[in-house]
Design a protein around this ligand. Sequence first.
Ligand SMILES: [Zn+2]
Length: 512
Amino acid sequence: MKYIAYCRKSTDEPDRQILSIEAQIAEVKEFAEREGLEVVKFITESKTAKEPGREKFTELIRMLEAGEANGILSWHPDRLARNSIDGGRIIYLLDTGKLLDLKFPQFWFDNTPQGKFMLNIAFGQSKYYVDNLSENVKRGNRQKLRRGEWPNHAPFGYINDSRTKLIQIDRKRAPFLVKAFEMFSTGGYTYVDIINYFTKNKVFNTSNGDRIFHKDKMKRILGDPFYTGLMRFNGELYEGKHKSLITKKLFDQVQEIIKSRNRKQKVIKQEFEFLGLMMCKECGGAITAEKHTRFYPRTNNTVDFIYYRCSKKKGYCSQRYAKKDDIEQQIKDAVSKVSLTEFAANKFLEWANKDAEKEKTKVSGLIEQLKRELKETEEKLDRLLEGYLDKVIDSQEYQHKKNVLIQEKLSLQGRIKEISERGTEWLEPLKNFIGSALSCAKIARAKNTNHDLAIMVKTVGSNFFLFNQQLQVEYQNRGWKTLATYPLPAISDVPRPSDPDLLRDMDSNHDR
Ligand SMILES: [Zn+2]
């Protein structure tokens, strides 16, 4: 592999976190030496990467296209590209096989769909998000989940034991949690009843600075299989090591009640799809909806207007009405902000499937080989025993050699197990995520789909507040947060870097 080292620092970057060109060169050189990388050329540039058209960058692309090198070495992806066109060019070179590898002392790149996804995000983005999203974190989470350990903050009713790193029952709050399930399973209590019962007993939401529970949070608690000993992570269930608090039977009863409640609410809410979604930012009251009918005598016509407003049940509040159409448009914008175009979604799926296929063949070949080695080791053990029985070797030598072979056998078995479990488990969650991001685009574009819109916006976000008729959304989990912060127009038109105007238009559409 032949690498081109590319270092850049622009004059308009006062950012203290970015090293000077000299320091970048030094770090990159040291890294290349440590990793044993062959660097065929050093390129340095002092222009900003925000605008396309850097001379030295163009030289880099030309060399890769001409096959003079097939790898890039740089300090961090944001040194390479800070605009969608340059980022798209690099991804395109990866996609066509002209570029085989990228190495950064500050960023770990892996030529897989996730790797490309991460790289695209890293082009011009803050290091914080890149670190958070890193495949290493995901891999760590999966390993924990497989061991039965919860990788996140302990759910309500449990505490993180900092000493054992495991999850223990919260002796103070767990009895109330159990009581909540029991109360709800009777069908005679509402979410608000349970919250009131908690508040009366001074049981608060610990993950939210000890505040009174929100209804959505209570709903999530009552639907969380964690309390039965399972762990749900990205839609998948794992067996947990933690002690359960309730039986599966009680949990199932509660799920039935939740389902029937949802059905009932749907009938009532047909006209007010966004009811129960938002809270007032000023006073914390619930946002309620109402219908006003206006009569137009000249045309003898009545028209319905729907408004959303603060219920003002918590005392004085200066907030005014918001029109339903305004709310609807803002929810559409919020959903559309985290959507992927069909082109981008298909591109991701194509990569994912291709790489899954590659991973599968690679893994099965490796397993075959390890199994052969295991068989050889077992045969050696047999022969060793025979030699000992035939008195060809003495007992001391036998024991010594046996120990070595047994350890070899164990480690081979362990590796076979680990590799066969690793597989392509990332594929399904990634597909689901891409599918949802694609639905976002469709739902945001469609008309008269407020019911779907309400469901979609709750899939991607939570903690919806209304302030001066403006909707505030907090995007859920890293995937949605990433799409919301860094829309991916670059990836959507990767194969056509020759058409920069198209990309530029997509950029500005996303900004609106
Ligand atoms: Zn209010």
